[in-house]
Design a protein around this ligand. Structure first.
Ligand code: FES
Length: 119
């Protein structure tokens, strides 16, 4: 059965920042992207690196959608794994290099200024 766990106050995770918390023995990254909160497991599927301790960034896209021109996209939505630099979209869990692979997102609720994770 899932439960809610209060992990931080909203002022602890200002826009553009992220923290790593531990809940029930699991490390989870909590991110503020554009004023919305997201949470991902702190474990990269590549070699189990501490993904959520990586830097926030954007990424370069070059496809038919960009007219095959390199374009900086998703600024502030990408976390870069500190071990081998795989990039993940924080808002979806999707890996940029392997778009068919996604990290499981953890449900986040905000109540009375408190950030809560549901797991
Ligand atoms: S462990 Fe994350 S890219 Fe290798």
């Amino acid at each position: 059965m899932k439960r809610e766990y209060a992990v931080a106050r909203i002022e602890d995770v200002p826009e553009g920042k992220h923290i790593v918390v531990e809940v029930r023995g699991r490390e989870i990254g909590v991110f503020n992207v554009g004023g919305r909160y997201y949470a991902l497991p702190n474990a990269c599927f590549h070699q189990n690196g501490p993904l959520c301790r990586g830097a926030i960034s954007g990424t370069v896209a070059c496809s038919a959608e960009t007219g095959w021109q390199r374009r900086w996209v998703q600024d502030g939505e990408i976390v870069v794994c500190p071990w081998h630099s795989l990039e993940f979209n924080v808002t979806t869990g999707q890996c940029i290099a392997y778009p068919d692979r996604r990290l499981p997102r953890v449900e986040v609720r905000v109540d009375d200024g408190q950030i809560r994770l549901v797991l």
